[in-house]
Design a protein around this ligand. Sequence first.
Ligand SMILES: Nc1nc2c(ncn2[C@@H]2O[C@H](COP(=O)(O)OP(=O)(O)O)[C@@H](O)[C@H]2O)c(=O)[nH]1
Ligand SMILES: [Mg+2]
Length: 252
Amino acid sequence: MNLIFITGTAGSGKTTLTSILKKWYEERESNAVTVNLDPGALKLPYEPDVDVRDYIDIEKIMEEYELGPNGALVAASDLIAVNLQSIKEEVEEQKADYVIVDTPGQLELFAFRESGQFVARNMGGENKVVLFLFDFTVASSPFNFLSTVLLYNSLKLRLSLPQIAVLTKTDLSQMMTKKVMNWCTHHMVLEGDILKMKDSESYLIAREVFKSFSSLSLIPIPIPVSSITWNGMLNLGSAISNIIKGGEEYTE
Ligand SMILES: Nc1nc2c(ncn2[C@@H]2O[C@H](COP(=O)(O)OP(=O)(O)O)[C@@H](O)[C@H]2O)c(=O)[nH]1
Ligand SMILES: [Mg+2]
């Protein structure tokens, strides 16, 4: 059993990619199941094989503890850890090759609370890989892009699991896809774009983050994908296989 955690900033396309990745594996005759770990999800574009909402009811938490929706989501994310043993057993019963785990809408709930770390470590599975999704809305400028690179590394620091960066929604703008990919593959271009912002308040921090992250190879080269056209899915499937020992080799 291989666990694939789908993480990323709010609205980056985690839920959509979860459903597409399952279909993609099924088309290749691999046995994949989905787990919804987002207790706040209202409607999902897929039917989860295991659903945290069977254990946790946000409305009930709001009522019982007199919390607003945000407070309830924080409490709920800790309750996932409390219910993990049953969730894990349900996942294991599926006997799947790939378990695709859709994580809570807000990255910080999974990344920055102890419960997220606990879940990632204790959900079973021989191999684990984390996909970190980001889209143009958080990578629109060189500074915003750098802050996403910080988040990517921050998650890596918290979870200590192999991680793949994924640039989503590439069907929306060829120009932005090229721009972001160019920043990642040609650091001089990114450095030049940062330099253009030298009158900005945050120039120094951006320059220093860039310098150290670039020299330490901490700027990932994401895999560009689209959940609409399925462009890039083969590259993504191969990257996952490369991490998961003994993974299948896939073709178009
Ligand atoms: N054009 C386009 N829209 C996408 C893609 N992936 C997700 N979206 C849209 O982006 C929004 C947020 O996606 P969702 O999967 O719910 O993000 P999540 O909050 O990370 O789970 C939804 O309106 C999706 O339809 C994509 O590859 N292309
Ligand atoms: Mg979602």
